[in-house]
Design a protein around this ligand. Sequence first.
Ligand code: PFF
Length: 441
Amino acid sequence: MSDNRGSFTSRIGFVLAAAGSAVGLGNIWRFPYLAAKNGGGIFLLIYIILVLTVGIALMTAEITIGRKTGLSVCSAFKKLNKKWAFVGVLGAIVPAIILPYYSVIGGWVLKYLVAFCEGFGAETAEDGFFGGFISSSASPLFWYIIFIGLVTIIIVYGVQKGIERASKILMPLLVILTIIVAIYSIFLPGAGAGLVYYLKPDFANLSWSGVLNAMSQMFYSLSLAMGIMITYGSYVQKKENIETAVTHIALFDTAIAFLAGLMIIPAVFSFMGPEALNAGPGLMFITLPKVFNSMTGGDFIGAVFFILVFFAALTSAISLMEAVVASFQDEFNFSRTKAIIATLIICVVLGVPSSMGNGAWSGFLIMGMDFLSFCDYISNNIMMPVVAVLTCVFVGYVIKPQAIVEEVELSNTFKKKKLFELSIKFFAPVCIFIILVSQFV
Ligand code: PFF
């Protein structure tokens, strides 16, 4: 696909497109349940530290590698150093594992969206609704197929432009609505304890698995260590200031995740009590309907909210699918049609068990996890840290940080050059390596 590469016409275009990939279910669905489960304030603190150090350095490296080579992930590594081409291949496999289960969750969002639009919001707020829904076979599978079908249609007909234009309006709306719901949540009766839990770091709640989860969440949320940002970088013009763009994307993404936590965690304390903090992937789907149900006009607000979340999920899923399709085209010389069919086969093979694993196939566990959680674990907690460490070593010691610095400085001076070098050579790889290895010890 490198033959008809365009470039982003404006800085805001690139920042918005990258933010569209970054902001998605990771921020609104995944971050709050991980923060709830892993100690609240302490998780938030570690997450922010990791974004500012490891995340920003790695995103700078990835976008710059993309711009320097003008290629997508596999070819980019190959061009810079043949021996390191395998890192590109590893990175390219990650989105293929994420896309199917991401779309299963996307299907859950669609189900709630339709329920709220039809005025059944109150039903979704009842205890046991979510569990009943995901453990039934047909319904979640049906919504999964609809979601992946929509993503495929957009990839086939190339209507990304329209979607991008729509998300320019919808993304800011999502921010505004999230702020409104978060303020409402904070003032619910009994929510104060939740606010303290979420905002006040308590070192007694610190655990290694919490640190590991914060790190994997950081990669996931910023779309790092899977080649996406390298591909995006390949479309960035030479006059672009990469340093400020990266800072804006990272801060925006983190702000949305923070607000999502603010919307959900105090409400958990208000409606269910701290025992519900361990609810896991279902947390957003269990808590938010209760919040909307308690609001005047809640059905309407809930409907709008789920429409906006759906769009955020859709833009992210499109970039995931595009990454998988492009890899098939680049690496195996597949035609676009063949590449899309191959991607859909992966979606069936990994997506169907992810969906059924909560119900009829719930007896089928891998390492004690249902299939969806297993795909999430393998991609986020194992493969992404491995790719991230290898990328750091590659940049720090093979092509050297200077290669990145020079490319960044084509447009302007790299202000945090020293911090970048320290982070990419020492702090990031050591930190990721320790966290990665510690889970096996
Ligand atoms: N960053 C996205 C999120 O937080 O929802 C997930 C994601 C989307 C990862 C697209 C990778 C990607 F290519």
